[in-house]
Structure formats: C-alpha cells, structure tokens
Design a protein around this ligand. Structure first.
Ligand SMILES: *[C@@H]1O[C@H](CO)[C@@H](O)[C@H](O)[C@H]1NC(C)=O
Ligand SMILES: *[C@@H]1O[C@H](CO)[C@@H](O)[C@H](O)[C@H]1NC(C)=O
Ligand SMILES: *[C@@H]1O[C@H](CO)[C@@H](O)[C@H](O)[C@H]1NC(C)=O
Ligand SMILES: *[C@@H]1O[C@H](CO)[C@@H](O)[C@H](O)[C@H]1NC(C)=O
Length: 331
C-alpha cells in the first residue's frame, strides 16, 4: 500500500517534471528606453524592464500584467545593498524569464490565460512600485521611483495593444500582490472605459497587526518604507484624507473599501511571510522559542497553535468580509 503511494508520487513528480521541461517558456526582457524621460529608474539608476509574450487566437486582445514580488527595502543601507542585485537594478536581471503558472502558454496548465498577452513587470524599486523620491548625499544616489516605473511601463504597453484591450487583469504575488492593490485603480483609469478591467492579489494582503510582544512591527516597517520612498502622495486619497496617520494607507485593509475596480483577493490565513515577519518577527523571539514552530507547524506547542489560530481569525473581520464578498468576481 505504502509502496504504491510512493510510486504514484514518483510518477507524479516525473510527470510534472516532464511537463515543465517540455513546456518551458523563456521570454526576452524589454528595457523601457523612454523611461528616463519621466525619471523612471531602478534603485541604481538603470532602466526598468518587463517581459512580454504575445497572445494569440481568441486571447489576442486580452492582457494579463503581473508584478514581480520580492520584499522591500526601507532604509538607505538595505536599499544600497538591494541596488546591487536583480531586485534593484536591471543590470543584474536575468534577460530570459521563465513564464510559468499564470504566465504559462500551455493551455493544460493555464487554461484561462495561456493565449492572452502576458507581461511580467520586473521589480527593481524596493517599494512595491509606489515610490517617488531620490536620495543623493553627494557620494551615494538611490532612485525610489516605483510609481514612475509603473507609469513608464503602462505608457510603453498602451501602443503595443494594451490600449485596445478587451479584457485586462492586473496581478501580482507578495510585494507584487501589494502593488496590485496599490495600482489597481490607476490601471482602471489608464484603460478605455469599454475595457473590462479587474485585479488580483496573491499573498499581498499585509495586515496592520501587532506581533506576539504587542509591538506594531509591520506598521513600523511600512511607515519607514513610505517615508523613505516618498510613497504617501501616491496612496489612495480617500484613505489618506480619512486616517490620522496617512502612512497606514499602505495597508490594503484601510483602502479596500474605497476601491471600485473588481478585485480578487487570494491569501492564506497562515501566510508564511506574515507569520515569520509580522506575527513572530526575530525581534519578538529573542530566545528562539518559536524557531522549531517556524520551521514546521507540526513542532508548534499547543500555546503557539492557539496564537496562530487567533492570527488566522483576524482575516475574518466582518467589515472585510463585507468588502471581500463584494470584491469577488470571476474573470
Ligand atoms: C552618504 O550615504 C552613505 C550611505 O549611508 C554613506 O556611507 C556616506 O558616507 C554618505 N556620504 C556623505 C558625504 O555623507
Ligand atoms: C472600445 O471602443 C473603441 C472606440 O469606439 C473601439 O474602437 C474598440 O474596438 C472598443 N473596444 C472594445 C473592447 O469593445
Ligand atoms: C518594536 O519594533 C521596533 C521596530 O521593529 C523595534 O525597533 C523595537 O525594538 C521593538 N520593541 C520591542 C519591545 O520589541
Ligand atoms: C473618494 O473621494 C471622492 C472625492 O473626495 C468621492 O467623490 C468618492 O466618492 C470617494 N470614493 C469612495 C469609494 O468613497
């Protein structure tokens, strides 16, 4: 019995490996050459980039844009470090990008979007495509121009067919899922009124909640990010005019109710990033009591499981469910 299961697993692994290796789709990078005219640069001053794979058949006039994810940098040192990586400079990006998952062109793996025009927006600003500032102290320069990068890529794609799209979907995962929240209304505004525009966030619903020592670790992190990268002026205006602390409008929970574009939210209640960095950040676990639990849920104590359960219930706040229900549309 166990042997059969093991063999089945091996076969499944083999099968998926074959599909992946046969169906591997590598897509060339496009540098946005006009980006410099609006001051859109990666952290290090290099040009921003995207990868476009053209649609075909009945998907030829539909567009799927996906924000790349990859955390944030919220102080000068971490941004200087990031500027020397593929998440801060197009000089270090792989020029061929593997299009899989929702970007795949294989109908059996990606039945809904395989023949759409599919675009991956490379992430090199460290501020979820929302900043607009510059650091220059005479010896070091950093460009916090995520908002400009977003605008430059849209301007580049509009004449390539995005401007005549029938359906358009903006998506992203993690920090890219947050970008999808932050830019969704702008995406809607950038497209003709007869285009069907929707947005999707995968693991981008970052919560403004206290960690296990009752410290607002994630809030402090985002406040520093918003300040450093000049993000506040690009946040939802209804939200920033309503809240005493406008920087909190970086958190989707505060501006979700002002969004009018159909939005699909996908987020696990036990999101590993938020468990490890928001609920139990290293600063809240100096003794390492959570180390084993973080490595494997099966090693958590009953008390730790209770805390995790409580965290997952935060997602069930009535006001959010209300807006979530009204935001759920199928493409
Ligand atoms: C500029 O900032 C960098 C990074 O913080 C620092 O190493 C450097 O000494 C600063 N230069 C000046 C002139 O203050
Ligand atoms: C939207 O309207 C324009 C102008 O009337 C038209 O050319 C275009 O085909 C329409 N697009 C869709 C998706 O209906
Ligand atoms: C609370 O979080 C901030 C920001 O991460 C940190 O600087 C501070 O030391 C933390 N305080 C406690 C008591 O853990
Ligand atoms: C946002 O604010 C504008 C003007 O202040 C208002 O017209 C609009 O209805 C508000 N939107 C929502 C969704 O509350």
């Amino acid at each position: 019995m166990e042997l059969t299961v093991a063999m089945l697993l091996i076969l499944l692994n083999l099968a998926s490996w074959c599909v992946l290796s046969e169906g591997r789709l590598l897509v060339d990078m496009t540098l946005v050459s006009d980006a410099s005219s609006i001051g859109a640069f990666c952290l290090d001053g290099s040009l921003p980039a995207y990868h476009l794979h053209r649609g075909f058949g009945d998907g030829a006039s539909n567009w799927l844009l996906q924000f790349e994810g990859g955390g944030w940098c919220n102080d000068i040192q971490s941004c200087l470090d990031r500027a020397k990586t593929k998440h801060g400079s197009s000089l270090y990006m792989n020029k061929l990008e593997d299009f899989n998952g929702i970007l795949s062109n294989d109908a059996s793996l990606n039945p809904d979007f395989y023949n759409w025009n599919r675009v991956k927006l490379r992430y090199c600003d460290g501020g979820s495509f929302s900043g607009d500032a510059k650091f220059d102290n005479g010896t070091s320069v950093l460009y916090f121009r995520g908002q400009k990068i977003w605008e430059a890529i849209i301007l580049d794609l509009l004449p390539k067919g995005l401007g005549n799209a029938d359906k358009a979907l903006l998506s992203g995962c993690s920090a890219g899922g947050l970008s999808s929240f932050l830019q969704c209304e702008n995406f809607y505004r950038a497209l003709p009124t007869n285009t069907s525009v929707k947005c999707l966030s995968d693991a981008g619903f970052f919560l403004d909640e206290r960690d296990i020592t009752l410290n607002y670790t994630m809030r402090t992190f985002f406040e520093n990010l918003v300040s450093l990268q000049g993000i506040e002026k690009n946040l939802d205006k209804n939200c920033t005019s309503f809240l005493d602390n406008p920087k909190l409008c970086m958190f989707p929970q505060y501006f979700l109710n002002y969004m009018t574009t159909p939005f699909f939210i996908l987020n696990t209640a036990y999101d590993v990033y938020q468990f490890h960095h928001a609920l139990v950040p290293p600063s809240a676990d100096m003794n390492g009591d959570w180390k084993r639990c973080k490595l494997s849920i099966a090693s958590c104590t009953p008390q730790q499981l209770d805390i995790l359960q409580g965290w997952s219930l935060l997602w069930h706040q009535p006001s959010w469910i209300f807006s979530l229900v009204f935001s759920y549309y199928i493409i």
